[in-house]
Design a protein around this ligand. Structure first.
Ligand code: NAI
Ligand code: MG
Length: 364
């Protein structure tokens, strides 16, 4: 059989992004070696991020999005660092890539790993898991608006920030959520909006949700306002299976979900272009965490879990499962970073995951 080569664009970015991406690559390399010539990964590194901005006045090359189109996937750390305003760094890199490559579905699973101290008091916590589907191309992150009237003097400036909801954008993400629900144990989609207050865009979302849901009579549905959904995450998470929400709301809810499951450091995510026209991008949910950057203590699980999502995307389903199992075995053994109550360093976690992968392989 011919060896399959996957070409990956690696963008470590800033802060702990650089540290945790390294760990993910170690895991990928280990798997490639174990595969006995079945597959391999080739990496091209892109030095884009805040340091790049301070040197060249831009977060990435002008033709950066074009360059990325050549790859099978993008593996991303995190972006943002003191010294560069966050809106410049996020828009100049992460959002530029997600929107430029039309990665319109952002998948963010919420998992409760064994051995991680529980933040949530729930009788069935070990069996809880749900997935957030974040609309990743429009909504509150459309970048429509502007600032004006600073010439009128202090205190007189005006800022307008508009959300954009298109029927096409709502429909494709809602359909994606229903299709995903059909692959899960409980076939249920919960839609989250704030259409009592956001009477145009989010009412359109609700209408599209009602229309699309009729094509999926086998899938249970539920609709919530986002404030109540924040409470539902804590009070009745057993009701959650596939949760679909706008760009901003799902961003906020995913930090809540990862905090409930232990830490921002353990949540994985995939920015998918479901049509496969452009490469998808895999990154943890967390940011660059400047407060712990450079200390070697960041939790790499979110980024390693994102590599597992990338393997799944490549069709390497067994390997993806092996990585997820190895993560669980590691946390179950009490090998934990500080954010989840342990004393292990970043590299200790990866070493334990790789050890566990080796033993799976030897058993096979
Ligand atoms: P953050 O996610 O970087 O950090 C929030 C808190 O969680 C910090 O106390 C941090 O130490 C902790 N934390 C995050 N990841 C961790 C890990 N892997 N292990 C252990 N602890 C972890 O969010 P924050 O502080 O709001 O933003 C920092 C920078 O990151 C900003 O410049 C922001 O714009 C950027 N950002 C970038 C994102 C991306 O690239 N996708 C996403 C979110 C924020
Ligand atoms: Mg976020």
């Amino acid at each position: 059989m011919e060896k399959k080569i996957y070409r990956i664009a690696v963008i470590p970015g800033d802060g702990i992004g650089i540290e945790v991406v390294n760990e993910g690559i170690r895991v990928l390399e280990h798997l490639a070696k174990q595969s006995e010539e079945k597959f391999a990964f080739e990496y091209d590194y892109f030095p884009w991020g805040c340091e790049y901005y301070l040197k060249y006045g831009k977060m990435m090359d002008e033709d950066g999005v074009e360059k990325l189109k050549d790859y099978d996937a993008i593996y991303f750390g995190a972006v943002g660092y003191p010294g560069v305003p966050d809106h410049i760094s996020l828009w100049g890199l992460r959002i530029a890539i997600c929107q430029g490559l039309d990665q319109w579905a952002n998948i963010r699973p919420v998992e409760f790993l064994p051995g991680v101290p529980k933040r949530l008091n729930h009788p069935d916590i070990d069996s809880l898991n749900w997935v957030l589907i974040r609309e990743n191309s429009e909504g509150e992150y459309s970048g429509i608006g502007g600032r004006n009237f600073s010439s009128r003097g202090d205190g007189k400036e005006v800022a307008v920030q508009s959300s954009l909801f298109t029927e096409h954008g709502c429909e494709r993400i809602i359909r994606y959520a229903f299709d995903m629900a059909r692959t899960r144990k409980r076939k249920k989609v919960t839609s989250v909006t704030k259409s009592n207050a956001q009477q145009y865009g989010m009412v359109l979302w609700d209408e599209v949700f009602d229309r699309v849901s009729k094509e999926y009579p086998d899938v249970e549905t539920d609709q919530w306002l986002v404030d109540a959904m924040a409470a539902q995450f804590v009070l009745h998470p057993e009701e959650l299976e596939v949760v679909v929400a706008s760009n901003l709301f799902a961003d906020i809810l995913s930090d809540l979900g990862s905090a409930l499951s232990g830490s921002l450091g353990i949540a994985a995510s995939a920015n998918i272009n479901p049509e496969g026209h452009t490469p998808s991008m895999f990154e943890s949910v967390h940011g660059s965490a400047p407060d712990i950057a450079g200390k070697g203590i960041a939790n790499p699980i979110g980024t390693i879990g994102s590599a597992a999502l990338m393997l799944e995307h490549f069709g390497l389903k067994d390997e993806a499962k092996q990585v997820n199992d190895a993560i669980k075995e590691t946390t179950n053994q009490g090998i934990l970073t500080r954010d989840i109550g342990g004393t292990a360093d970043t590299k200790d976690i990866t070493n334990a995951i790789i050890n566990s992968l080796s033993s799976v392989y030897n058993k096979a």
